[in-house]
Design a protein around this ligand. Sequence first.
Ligand code: SF4
Length: 206
Amino acid sequence: MSDISKTQLTIILQAGRLDKEILKKINDLSLQFNFSLYFTTSQNLRILDIDEENLETIKSELAAAGAEFKGPGKFPVSRICVGKPYCKLALVDTEELSNQISNKFGSRTGVKPKLKIALAACPASCSSALLTDIGVVATRSGLDVYAGGKGGPFPKAGRRIARRVDTDRMLVIIEQLADYHDNKTSIKQRMSKLIDEQDFPFLEAI
Ligand code: SF4
């Protein structure tokens, strides 16, 4: 059984991909330090059961292999479905879409907690894009963008705020939503609490 006095470390996986060099380093370190691994619902990799005294060694060795760690204020990495070319229903390459979002917003700092993004390559939405603060769903006519979805004990589907947009427009919308969330949030907040504010920048897209 896990000892809760031990500590944890979460490696960010861009587009759910685990780099082979990092994987190799994780394997070596797991044999040396006997920790366990858990893939989070945000598609990151959490190292569990780390002895506090070994944390900095593990962290620096993983950083040298190229690992990036989750931490306060970082812009969220998108949770994605597998997308093109791996699913026959996919309409877009979600890895590319996710990388475009990370390239544009990844250097932001001070992002308030609870903001999450999910991308789906078709309306089946296997990545639960409609249950996420910002959700992007590919359709045959372009990208639909949703805001205010959430899971948890009181789940709520997001409101569609844009239909059939291209990638450039999607990036502009995400920027507006992230700015709005930042301006309206003191500590932490789900987007679902903001979409009915009078100055929320988007109407429902019917
Ligand atoms: S959301 Fe659509 S494209 Fe993505 S994995 Fe599910 S079925 Fe495939």
